[in-house]
Design a protein around this ligand. Sequence first.
Ligand code: ADP
Ligand code: ZN
Length: 214
Amino acid sequence: MRIMILGPPGSGKGTCSKIIEEIYKIPVITTGDMLREAVSKESPLGIIAKTYMEKGELVPDDLVNKLVKERISEKDSVKGFILDGYPRSIKQAQVLEEMLAEMGKKLDHVINVVLEDEAIITRLSLRRSCPKCGAIYHLINKPPKKQGLCDLCNTKIVQREDDKEEVIKHRLEVYWEKTQPLIDWYEKRVKVKKIRGDIDINILPKVIKEIIES
Ligand code: ADP
Ligand code: ZN
């Protein structure tokens, strides 16, 4: 099963993806995480990507497309995958369509996770994460047990550079300009299913299962 999760930054795409991964045992392909890993390793891709990411701009299509192409060709992607944060532009969507056609595959579900900009800004500015293990916290809704330290590995949790308020606002502008038009693009091709990004996390698995299996 191949699933695509669309939606603005901070809407809850990652949370939905992890739930789907757990239910259906297919890997999540998160371009944001892959790029952050490249940045932390200071690989040639990472050095370029960093300059875009810290400003909240999109990393150039060609670089991201190549990354995804390699990833979906790996063995664990054969039975399916969840795309989280990709595509983010019409160009990326076109390239993805070609990649899938070459593999004789298609998307089974496109899910759009929606949330208003104000809610996103509040949510992301309170988000903290563990630089070591990737665990995500929220200073009000999901604070770590020991203040400032990761529950899982005791590392000092940090705010992502691009979760600072000015950068969040810019990421949202980029979303509305470059990524939101994808919703129409996909609606012409498949049924795009909408889900709110602030549904209670306890009922989210059930809602997602219903959406996918309906
Ligand atoms: P969010 O969805 O919360 O903005 P991500 O972790 O998905 O966060 O992405 C962080 C940054 O990584 C983006 O602002 C962008 O610079 C870069 N990025 C991630 N995915 C893509 C993509 N598909 N195309 C271009 N840039 C991307
Ligand atoms: Zn940790």
